[in-house]
Write a protein that binds this ligand. Structure first.
Ligand SMILES: C[S@@+](CC[C@H](N)C(=O)[O-])C[C@H]1O[C@@H](n2cnc3c(N)ncnc32)[C@H](O)[C@@H]1O
Length: 287
């Protein structure tokens, strides 16, 4: 996204008006492999921060800390599936923290698997282009399933949880992070912000779910020992502050990119500041 407008950018713009068959891939094809707002090269998560986001040198640590925290919940030495792995920057971290026997990365966006080829090789991970809610894997293939900030994109969260349960072996662990809503937009301003976010990120309206609804869906899929925490104050708040400061640097993207990003960041900030958005970490076990 560093240079001029690409065909993928135009497809994304059209897709905001009318979703195609695969809205998430349209968005991530458009973002490309050098997103100018990424907190570090190839990283797309919001980070788990120490501090309020005003120290830019914390950003590369924060994105790794978030994945490390989640990967710590995986069984050590097992076969692990990473669902929605972005540009694969997280995969060497997952492989290292969980000492994986083998790592598989499932992503609906083929261009990201291609863009992340070297990182996947560093993690000795197998890339698979496919859908989280219809996984192309045999039952009981994995000891752990991890998904970082991706479940809100999936065509169906319950479908993803059912598939995660199916492909896990008994004793296997699911760990994921997600962006739930605490309540639905209640004012016209919040509604505009909510619709803008859904359209920009290619997210279906039915993906809006509360933490309790998500926990119940996980339990309904058959998982036990469901544990969750809400950490928006350490994730969303500092990330937005950091991105806003970056947008004030003249070197960050082109002027039109900065204007578009500022407009969209404002919408996201409305949802966060009004207490609509949160950030969820959840782990569960298949007995
Ligand atoms: C917000 S990005 C997060 C990427 C990465 N986990 C990170 O945190 O840097 C969402 C990711 O989910 C992937 N994704 C979206 N829908 C998917 C689906 N139905 N099945 C598999 N992956 C999907 C996207 O291609 C993208 O890689």
């Amino acid at each position: 996204m560093g240079g001029g407008v690409t065909t993928a950018n135009l497809r994304h713009a059209v897709g905001m008006l009318r979703f195609g068959r695969n809205p998430a891939a349209t968005v991530y094809d458009s973002i490309g492999s050098d997103f100018f707002l990424a907190l570090d090269d190839g990283w797309l998560n919001l980070g788990l921060w120490e501090g309020d986001g005003s120290d830019p040198s914390e950003a590369p640590t924060a994105v790794r800390r978030l994945v490390t925290r989640m990967a710590n919940d995986l069984p050590a030495g097992g076969d692990v599936l990473d669902v929605g792995n972005g540009l694969a920057a997280q995969d060497p971290v997952i492989a290292d923290v969980a000492s994986t026997r083998h790592l598989t990365a499932l992503n609906i966006t083929l261009s990201q698997l291609q863009g992340g080829r070297e990182r996947l090789a560093a993690a000795r991970a197998t890339p698979v282009n496919g859908d989280a809610s219809r996984m192309p894997f045999a039952p009981e293939s994995f000891d752990g399933v991890i998904s970082v900030e991706a479940a809100f994109h999936f065509p169906s969260r319950p479908g993803f949880f059912a598939e995660a349960f199916r492909v896990l072996r008994p004793g296997g662990v699911l760990t994921f992070s997600d962006v739930p809503v605490l309540r639905f937009p209640a004012t016209p301003r919040e509604l505009i912000a909510g619709v803008a976010m859904l359209r920009l990120w290619g997210i279906r309206a039915q993906a809006a779910a509360t933490p309790l609804e998500i926990e119940r869906q996980v339990a309904s899929a058959g998982f036990d020992d469901v544990r969750s925490s809400l950490e928006g104050a350490r994730v969303i708040g500092p990330a937005f502050r950091s991105v806003r400061a970056r947008l004030d640097e003249p070197s960050a993207g082109s002027a039109p990119e900065r204007l578009a990003a500022r407009t969209m960041l404002r919408e996201a900030e409305v949802l966060w500041e009004h207490g609509v958005l949160e950030y969820l970490f959840l782990t569960a076990r298949k007995s």
